[in-house]
Structures are given as structure tokens and as C-alpha cells.
Unconditional design. Structure first.
Length: 105
């Protein structure tokens, strides 16, 4: 069983049915949580997730839930943005801080 995030497509949010309502129609799906009924986390087999996509793909988005602890996410973010951070550091060293002349400390 895997965890998935299910959300109602923006164009379908005017409907009286919520993501939770649709998901409850598919057997083998357990709703794990979510404070917004239009965006919930479920536990389901790949087969059940495919069934949700097949039945309600025009109304719902379903994607695997990505879970990483804080340290992993931080390290991943640093790695993905390493070049931009270095560029910003070089720019600041070369030109100083923006609006530096207005600082009062």
C-alpha cells in the first residue's frame, strides 16, 4: 500500500461532491487525513489508485505522496539551488547589499 494525495481539480471545485466523496466510492482505499475535503491523503494499492484515475481523472488529481524528513528536504533544496545561491553570493560580494545606503545600523 502506498500513500497518495488526491485533490479536486480547480475547474471541478464548484461541484457539490468533494475529493473525499469520490474516493469513498473505490474499494480498498483508506482516507488518512486532510483538513480540506478537496485535498486529502489516502492509502491505497496501485490498482485502487489507477481505478480512481480511471473513474475520476477529469475531476480529481492523484499523485504519490512525497515524504521526506526535514533534514533530507533541506539538503535536497540546497543541492538543487546551489548554483543560484553561489550566483547570489558573488553578486552581493561584487555590488553589496541592495539598498545598503539606506541602512541605519
Amino acid at each position: 500500500m502506498a500513500n497518495y494525495v488526491v485533490a479536486t481539480r480547480r475547474e471541478a471545485q464548484a461541484s457539490p461532491s468533494t475529493a473525499e466523496d469520490y474516493v469513498r466510492e473505490v474499494p480498498g482505499v483508506w482516507i488518512r487525513g486532510g483538513t480540506d475535503p478537496n485535498r486529502i491523503t489516502i492509502e491505497a494499492s496501485e490498482l485502487a489508485a489507477a481505478e480512481i484515475e480511471r473513474r475520476f481523472g477529469s475531476v480529481l488529481l492523484i499523485e504519490p505522496e512525497i515524504v521526506a524528513d526535514g533534514d533530507d528536504r533541506h539538503a535536497l533544496w540546497l543541492k538543487e539551488n546551489e548554483e543560484a545561491l553561489e550566483d547570489h553570493k558573488r553578486l552581493t560580494e561584487r555590488e553589496g547589499l541592495p539598498l545598503d545606503e539606506f541602512r541605519q545600523f
